[in-house]
Design a protein around this ligand. Sequence first.
Ligand code: NAI
Length: 390
Amino acid sequence: MAKVLCVLYDDPVDGFPTSYARDDLPSIEHYPSGQSLPTPQGVDFTPGHLLGSVSGELGLRRFLESRGHTLVVTSDKDGENSEFDRELPDADVVISQPFWPAYLTAERIARAGKLKLAITAGIGSDHVDLDAAIEHDVTVAEVTYCNSISVAEHVVMMILSLVRDYLPAHQTVLDGGWNIADCVARSYDLEGMHVGTVAAGRIGLAVLRRLQPFDVRLHYTDRHRLPQAVERQLGLTWHASAADMVPACDVVTVNAPLHPETEGLFDDKLIATMKRGAYLINTARARICDRDAIVRALRDGQLAGYAGDVWFPQPAEPGHPWRTMPHHGMTPHISGSSLSAQARYAAGTREILESWLAGTPVRPEYLIVHDGKLAGTGAHSYSTAKDHKE
Ligand code: NAI
């Protein structure tokens, strides 16, 4: 029988919801690539309900306990003697969400003698030390595509918010003010701007598709070039690297995983090559950007705005400089955890558990590490520290 250790974010401060703003979720037949949505044998939750916080339990308790397995759910993941650290040594499976990541460091993996499977209930498994997972033969799987469109929508929202300078104007309303000149002094149209994405995978391509109707000029860089038909359809300009692309762009959006190739990519040097007054939107991972270089660039006007929802570490401390830097539109890490996305990643987590418990293969597109190497989506989208050195 397996012990499943699940780390989720805290319940709402006012308690677990008893009612919701909407009664249902739209029905989605398949993802844009044709990939099917999660296909578990069943679910024990109501789609549209809060599943990602501790009391939501990703809807897994009945499923696991009725089959004799143990489920431990906690939000206590950091610091000395956390519940996560106490429960880890005999856990077979760890489940964690990138929004509230249980950092599975090499040291923790070494102490987790029974660990065989680390599931990311979401997308982005950089909170797991992938080299250590490879070394210890731990399978790492994530629910590929579950929230890619959720994030793409958030990116478009943030691009428009920054370029139009929406948030300060809204604040003016909240404050009882009406100075139009203040509200428009930094407000532009997106139309005609050059917008580029670092990575055009599931999220990056969805962002490009959503932006095309705004009559912008679209650019991308990716280690895998898109099919020519897609480039033509969207009028894309491909660049061999982020360094080649960013000088051409008014808006840059980052949609690559965090791995050794992308860590620290947006540093003082790269940002200095961007157009003065460019906007940078990073919903991928915080450490793709140099934290203090972003603050400097906003203060001296090299960047006109920065938005995103990813921080390091998470949760971000109250004094994190991105909370107070000028011209930012940060949210806590929420873009991939809408109630719509939660229904998909809870179902996908159950699908992965069903396969693993039955000893049948996990869908290849869900795999990041398997059999001691990068596999599936992991082989396509990530590199290991070892690969990067070679
Ligand atoms: P994906 O696997 O479909 O796409 C990743 C793309 O990055 C691939 O096309 C890959 O070729 C490209 N890539 C990898 N290394 C690169 C490099 N060095 N330079 C250029 N391109 C590179 O994944 P998806 O669904 O698009 O997600 C991307 C990332 O977004 C995730 O790994 C995660 O870190 C982040 N994410 C954030 C969420 C949030 O809530 N803020 C939710 C979901 C994902």
